[in-house]
Design a protein around this ligand. Sequence first.
Ligand code: LLP
Length: 422
Amino acid sequence: MGNVRSEYTDRMGFYGKEDPRALVRRFGSPLYVYNEAILRRRCRDLVGLSSFPGFFVNYSAKANTNPSLLSIIRSEGCVVDAMSPGELFLNRKAGYMPEEITYVCNNVSAGELTDAARQGCLVSVDSLSQLDLFGENVPGGKVMVRFNPGIGAGHSDKVVTGGKKTKFGIDMDKLDDVLALVRRHHLRLAGINQHIGSLFMEAAPYVSAMDVLLDLAERLLALGAPLEVIDFGGGFGIPYHKYEGEERLDIASLGMALHARISAWAQEHGYSGRFFVEPGRYVVAECGLVLGTVLATKSNGMHLFAGTDIGFNVLARPMLYDAFHDVEIYRDNGRPAGSCAEQTIVGDICESGDILARNRMLPLIEQGDVIAMLDAGAYGWVMASCYNSRLRPAEVLIGEDGNARLIRRRETLDDLCSTLAF
Ligand code: LLP
């Protein structure tokens, strides 16, 4: 083995007893690879935020719904959310019981609301009209209401979910309307939640938004609302710039701020319900990467390109959000790395926006190299598509014994026809 750039995964022991090139030979390319030990470590970081008995990590399953990962996350003591019938189904497949699932949805049908409630999940609605619809269909039921704290944060405008410009949550100043609907349909207002956006690296906006929700909870308790769950949302960031030594989110100080607030608040208000945080990315991003193969290299004018089989159908984040994922390069035969040059790594999709990594100063990439796009465990496979009628990749998990096993097979051409009627 003559890996050209692998210090990060070497340091983490990411591949256990396996080797990335051998994994690609065995399972094909492109390939999502996950590491169980890292997944467990990230769950433990979050579960350890607070020792308050009513504190729970409500893993946001939209980041990755592979049931093999979900069952590990469950075994670490996390509960889970779902935002579609598919996520609910997969959570159940992984062993989650309905009472461990909150259904945090947006603009859904009466059937979807009713089904989630009938299964026994606590359903969160995020507009007055959805609250009314829920009440008409599940009169007397338990409901959770998502408020918009007016504070937003996130790595891209596309993922900021708090603040007036976004479609999410109910304005805090519509509380009277919420309460009127709750009364009209004899609902039990059992939970409140919020989510300010995705990927913050500084705890301050999250902690300020917590205070906003706790103030609201105080008003609701005073009005006699039977609150059981106060859910502060997710958004916990991870350092994507691994090779620049980007600092991690300071989980210890976030934990101190969170623990101090919730334990004092619960004591002051005699609250014996639960508090949730709802992270997705933090749990799964770093335990996953996607391997691909360099199939062509070229220069167009001054620009060097490495062409791979990781199109934006496989990893959509760079194309969608200009998101940064760090790159590793693996090569056989012990050939040393050549000189460094600015290169752009692209995929095999028929669009010029199909760019994985733009103008990166890296050792010269060669045809036949295997590359890894790091930190692809969150919003990676789940956002993959069959665009250009390409097949979605397989997923393997490196267990704590260091061995890899298949946790999702690669799609086949027959899968492309499986829903056709012709
Ligand atoms: N709770 C709610 C209500 C959410 O909408 C989300 C994410 C989360 C929790 C989890 O957020 P996280 O902890 O993962 O930041 N596809 C984008 C991210 C979209 C996030 C959508 N909502 C990306 O790849 O960056």
